[in-house]
Write a protein that binds this ligand. Structure first.
Ligand code: C2E
Ligand code: MG
Ligand code: MG
Ligand code: MG
Length: 292
């Protein structure tokens, strides 16, 4: 009987896997067309100073409007793009488009101080990346330190000396680094010292149950202290409640990002927020501007 159950279970999994594999193949095939057909856009999510609420910068997030499926989440297609290598041309598009937009805002007189772009590990290892970064930074006169590459811990964990050299070379070209989803990977604290990281982003999963969950609250406070002792700035991701924001500010977290401040916004909506920006309006002002 138990053999029979196992067999059924096997069939069940096999069918699921086949479905999954088909779905991935479909996504991969469609991803190949998506760039040429202009199906990608970027949204921009504000990052604000935890104490004053002033706009620090934004994170660019890719969006895919699939002609049949509608919006496909990056959580679903970025892994497929990574496996197939398509993340390299897609990532290049993201970088060009984000920097072009930052330049356009500057021309309008609404300079965005910092723009963060997600860079996949696959893209980071691409030999053409330094040239691409140089092209966009020169082409759009990006100030040193205004462009941040968000990488995840795996980039450093898999790092050989070539990756480390590349990180330093790009840093000399003027990019900053922020370590995305911090705490979810397997990096040791020594990586934070060894690699030229500027910002640590505390993963949403640790912020979610703060401040009520005591162990998460302690963990978050410890990450902030540890980062500060290494001279790094800290961004908290996924801040959804005022209680989380208050807790993070009290613990000395530098910057906040999350639905409490604003959801990721299309360029036009983000521009509205940039225009209405008045420094003394502070936290409440920005939240209002975004909601209104
Ligand atoms: P991430 O880089 O950690 O981005 C933050 C994610 O959290 C975004 O999801 C954002 O919409 C979401 N988020 C922000 N605030 C909140 C909040 O308060 N609550 C909740 N529940 N979620 C919040 P998104 O846009 O779906 O992106 C998912 C992931 O896909 C990103 O995680 C990143 O790893 C990847 N990704 C997105 N855009 C790009 C890109 O241009 N290139 C690459 N390589 N990866 C990207
Ligand atoms: Mg990110
Ligand atoms: Mg993140
Ligand atoms: Mg995250």
């Amino acid at each position: 009987k138990s053999k029979q159950n196992d067999k059924n279970r096997f069939h069940f999994y096999a069918r699921e896997m086949q479905c999954d594999a088909l779905k991935r193949m479909q996504i991969e095939a469609d991803l190949r067309m998506a760039l040429a057909h202009d199906e990608f856009t970027l949204e921009y999510q504000p990052i604000v100073a935890a104490d004053s609420g002033e706009l620090f910068g934004a994170e660019a997030l890719i969006r895919w409007a699939h002609p049949q499926l509608g919006a496909v989440s990056p959580a679903d297609f970025v892994p497929v793009a990574e496996d197939s290598g398509l993340i390299v041309p897609i990532g290049a598009w993201v970088l060009r488009e984000a920097v072009r937009q930052m330049h356009a805002w500057r021309l309008l007189g609404h300079a965005l101080p910092h723009l963060a772009v997600n860079v996949s590990g696959v893209q980071f290892r691409d030999p053409a990346l330094p040239e691409l970064v140089a092209e966009v930074m020169d082409g759009y006169a990006v100030a040193s330190g205004a462009l941040t590459l968000e990488i995840c811990e795996s980039v450093m964990v898999d790092a050989n000396s070539a990756t480390e050299k590349r990180m330093r070379a790009l840093k000399e070209q003027g990019v900053a680094y922020s370590l995305d989803d911090f705490g979810t990977g397997f990096s040791s604290l020594s990586y934070l010292k060894r690699f030229p990281v500027d910002i640590v982003k505390i993963d949403r999963s640790f912020v979610r149950d703060c401040p009520d969950d005591r162990s998460d609250a302690h963990l978050v406070a410890a990450i902030i202290n540890m980062a500060h002792s290494l001279d790094l700035k800290v961004v908290a991701e996924g801040v959804e409640t005022q209680a989380q924001a208050d807790f993070l500010r009290e613990r000395g977290c530098d910057y906040l990002q999350g639905y409490l401040i604003a959801k990721p916004l299309r360029a036009e909506a983000f521009e509205g927020l940039l225009c209405r920006r008045v420094p003394q309006a502070g936290r409440a002002g920005l939240a209002l501007a975004a909601a209104g």
